[in-house]
Design a protein around this ligand. Structure first.
Ligand code: DPP
Ligand code: ZN
Length: 893
């Protein structure tokens, strides 16, 4: 381990500009020949003139190295080190300004177990090169600033066994090997320069399906889209193809960025080590993140798949055409691309839902990273590790806070200014590795009227800034004071765009539409004049900056009830979907905790019912936004800010009670609105089932169903039980079958009959469909809702295999989220016993479970004591895995 510094960046002494590769796959070995063209870098004073090529000599068996007809001699012309090959500068450029180096290597992908480089798995040869896998394939400058043109990639393998031979770029030749008819070959050409971490090849067998389509770009070019995935599955690629085409269209319309090659290929593989990889023109995905089918894929999964496919496609420009200079600049491709995929999802009809999900994720993961001692800015100045690992760089900070920083450019510069900046950035840096500074300069240069100098600090500052506000109105003048502070007494002042709108207090109309206040000083005052009446401000609309917003300490303190009136007003009338949702969630959270604490809360309850009623009738929001706004915060969200004395069972009951109260009040509305949506949903055609609007309609109808299933009067229970069964029977897709099951499973005891019927129906579905995920969901839903005895019984049935991580997580890990049954002495004992048994077989799963007990400090004493007892018992386990021991000892006082 060493510390790497961003400031230490140096250009290499030589650039590789052109590449030609040949792979011959044989059972025992793979022969890799590469021909690379080298130029001296005349740019500057370089420490060392020698040519450094990276290569993992544990995997690469160097057969020969030559320049022209001169074979290089070890120790004299070159030296092999652990992870490098160094060629003496005196051996280069003998008679011209460039040298052509030929390297012949032998390697065995079957012994490559670490899933970086070229490896063999489940009948397939596959590559993964980000960040430095290419140095496990050949000797090469494995650094992203070296962009080279891969003119020719020759792949040769057994014809029968491996009919599919793929690499980046365009297929320019294929045929049978002339002196061996059992073998065939292909040649690919990738005309545009790329860094080697974007190289890919895949050699696959007859167990693969292919699906193709053609996309015509705005300028009329035809792109062949080819998707490959494992056969013998229910899963299909229709949704993936549509999403790719939508993403291609979107990038053309939004940024004028067209796809640039003849083919766009995606391969799915069950074994793929990460979610997905954006290799130029040849993406590789984990199967579950791309192949879907309405008969077994939930709408939440469709959302994730859509986002991931779009994300990898958008990398074609942000990441591939313009890549990063070094790994410190990772956020330049990942943050920007996350921002682009968020905007895509938003534009196809899920605006508010997308923003809500992005902010939730940011707060749940990134804010936690940003509060830790190990926090880093989105572009770190240094990190401990090696350039071979992205673990410390691929964080929620570089991805999600990064996305927020790119979003703020757009907020400050507006759509047009941002688009101009993107165009200039792509034009200036096409085919090269860029830096965040380059991006910033492109934005600034294309928007000379806006002063962005202070904004740049977002790249180098860590920690979540706190913005405090105080506000008041005198007659027709409204004033808001904003002040900022970065945690840790950091005196830096950031440029923070705070979007605000003003609503008329009497009519609920918007009187000042969204306006961006540019907070640049420690404290700043903003005034709105000529108002006609009293206003209510909606601050930080659409979550315009990744900050924590809070009222100023010395502000004239509003009483709790005034504050809640205010929240309820925004929950009803705010035209900003995000703030409407946020206000509603805050109000609901306060109400649920007042139930936990047994406080008097009639006034709160009335505010909530009024706001829910308004939102039910509000037709200005689309179904997907409305579904979010009407939803209760989850138990997990409710506990996010709890630091101590949590009673999880009371919280569970309080949430259930709140839901029930709302359902009782609006039972007729929920039922009639549910019925209104039914014909639209049930008549959805196959081609439409997975579209964003269909998913949105289902989301809203399912919210109504969930409320109805929380009713507990016998007659209501009967109605809801029957409705859920009908929901299941008439479902057009698995999503609705799954949710019917989930909501019915959570119903009160009166629904026993319907509930039992549903459990067996869902089981039959799992068996007839055959997709393992469905059976896992059958376990999961029962684990989340049933008594301990039922869960124990399920561990004994033949369908449950404790060794199968999917089964295990579905039944056992999910049980720890069943507050009512897990947070009991027996519930804890059950899990404690399993942890001790499981540690021998899978320490990873044991640690996942033990982490639940490690949270003891936030719980009320009676729970905390029991959890500590279990941890103590685990700590005495002999033998115990290192990771479990470390986890437990960290948590014990
Ligand atoms: N494939 C991963 C991503 O797109 C890493 N590049 O985020
Ligand atoms: Zn990415």
């Amino acid at each position: 381990q060493q510390t790497l510094y961003r400031k230490d960046y140096k250009e290499p002494a030589h650039w590789v500009t052109d590449v030609s590769l040949s792979f011959q796959f044989y059972k025992e070995k793979t022969l890799v020949k590469s021909k690379i063209t080298i130029h001296a870098n005349e740019n500057h004073n370089l420490e060392c003139d020698n040519l450094i090529l990276n290569g993992d000599i544990e995997l690469l068996n160097l057969i020969s190295l030559s320049i022209g007809d001169h074979t290089l001699v070890p120790e004299k012309d070159y030296t092999l080190m652990n992870d490098k090959l160094m060629i003496e500068s005196s051996s280069l450029y003998k008679d011209s300004a460039r040298s052509e180096l030929e390297i012949v290597i032998e390697l065995d992908p079957r012994t490559n177990k670490n899933l970086q480089g070229l490896y063999y798995r489940d009948g397939m040869y596959c590559t993964h090169c980000e960040p430095t896998g290419f140095s496990k394939i050949s000797f090469f400058p494995d650094r992203p600033d070296n962009c080279a043109t891969f003119h020719r990639v020759y792949l040769e393998a057994d014809k029968e066994m491996y009919p599919i031979l793929l690499s980046n770029g365009n297929l320019i030749e294929q045929g049978v090997v002339s002196d061996d008819e059992t073998r065939h070959y292909v040649i690919y050409q990738d005309p545009l320069p790329k860094p080697c971490y974007l190289f890919a090849c895949v050699i696959a067998g007859n167990n693969y399906n292919r699906m193709s389509d053609v996309y015509t770009t705005k300028s009329g070019r035809h792109v062949n889209i080819n998707l490959y995935w494992e056969k013998d599955q229910k899963l299909k690629m229709n949704f993936a193809i549509n999403t790719i085409k939508n993403a291609m269209r979107w990038d053309e319309e939004t940024y004028g960025l067209e796809y640039d090659a003849d083919t766009y290929t995606v391969v799915a593989a069950e074994h793929y080590s990460i979610g997905a990889m954006e290799n130029k023109g040849l993406n590789i995905f984990k199967t579950s993140l791309i192949a879907t089918d309405p008969s077994c894929t939930t709408d939440v999964t469709y959302d994730v798949v859509e986002k991931t496919i779009a994300h990898e496609y958008f990398h074609n420009w942000s990441g591939n055409r313009v890549t990063v200079r070094d790994w410190f600049e990772f956020t330049l491709k990942e943050g920007l691309t996350v921002y682009r995929d968020q905007e895509f999802t938003s534009d196809i009809g899920l605006k508010v839902a997308t923003r809500i999900e992005s902010v939730k994720l940011l707060r749940e993961k990134q804010f936690v990273e940003d509060a830790a001692l190990t926090r880093q800015p989105i572009r770190p100045e240094s990190y401990d590790g090696t350039e071979h690992s992205l673990d410390v760089i691929a964080t929620s900070t570089t991805y999600h806070k990064g996305a927020e920083v790119f979003r703020m450019y757009k907020t400050i510069l507006t759509k047009k200014g941002f688009r101009d900046g993107i165009s200039l950035y792509m034009e200036r840096h096409d085919g090269r590795g860029a830096t965040c500074d380059d991006f910033h300069k492109a934005m600034a240069d294309s928007n000379p009227d806006v002063d962005l100098s202070q904004f740049k600090l977002w790249y180098s500052k860590s920690g979540t800034p706190i913005v405090s506000y105080s506000k008041f109105q005198i007659d027709n003048k409204f004033q808001i004071d904003l002040s900022q502070q970065i945690p840790g007494n950091d005196e830096t002042l950031l440029h923070i765009p705070v979007a605000i709108g003003l609503m008329d207090k009497t009519t609920g109309e918007e009187v000042v539409p969204t306006t961006v206040l540019n907070l640049k000083e420690r404290s700043q005052t903003f005034v709105f004049e000529d108002l006609k009446g009293d206003v209510v401000p909606s601050i930080l609309r659409d979550f315009s900056a990744p900050i924590i917003l809070q009222p100023m300490a010395n502000n004239e303190k509003l009483s709790e009830s005034e504050e809640e009136e205010h929240l309820s007003f925004l929950a009803m009338y705010d035209t900003d979907g995000f703030n409407k949702w946020e206000s509603m969630q805050t109000l609901l959270t306060r109400y649920i905790f007042s139930l936990v604490n047994g406080e008097d809360n009639q006034a709160r309850k009335e505010l909530i019912l009024k706001a829910i009623g308004e939102n039910l009738r509000d037709e200005t929001f689309d179904p997907s936004s409305k579904a979010r706004i009407l939803s209760l915060p989850t138990e997990l969200a409710l506990t996010r800010d709890v630091k101590k004395d949590l009673d999880p069972v009371k919280l569970f009951q309080a949430r259930k009670k709140a839901m029930n109260e709302i359902a009782v009040e609006f039972v007729e509305d929920f039922k009639s609105r549910y019925d209104e949506l039914s014909p639209v949903i049930i008549s959805t055609t196959d081609s439409d089932i997975t579209s964003a609007p269909s998913r949105a309609n289902r989301a809203l109808r399912n919210v109504y169903l969930e409320y109805l299933c929380s009713l507990d009067e016998p007659e209501h229970v009967k109605m809801a039980g029957e409705l859920a069964l009908k929901h299941f029977d008439n479902a057009v897709c698995f999503n609705d079958q799954f949710l019917a099951f989930r909501y019915l499973a959570s119903m009160s005891v009166h629904a026993t009959e319907a509930r039992t019927e549903m459990i067996s129906k869902f089981y039959d579905l799992a068996k007839s469909n055959g997709n393992a995920q469905i059976l896992n969901k059958w376990f999961q839903i029962q684990a989340l809702n049933d008594d301990l005895s039922r869960v124990q019984a399920l561990t004994q049935i033949p369908d449950f295999k404790a060794n199968n991580a999917g089964n295990f997580r579905a039944l056992i890990t999910s049980f720890t989220l069943n507050s009512r049954s897990f947070h009991t002495e027996n519930g804890y004992k059950f899990i404690g016993d399993i942890i001790r048994q499981m540690d021998k077989r899978s320490p990873i799963l044991a640690v996942e479970l033990a982490n639940k007990f490690c949270k003891w400090p936030i719980y009320e004493k009676k729970y905390a004591d029991l959890m500590k007892q279990e941890l103590l018992k685990i700590s005495m386990l002999k033998p115990i895995s290192k990771s479990l021991q470390a986890t437990v000892s960290r948590a014990l006082p």
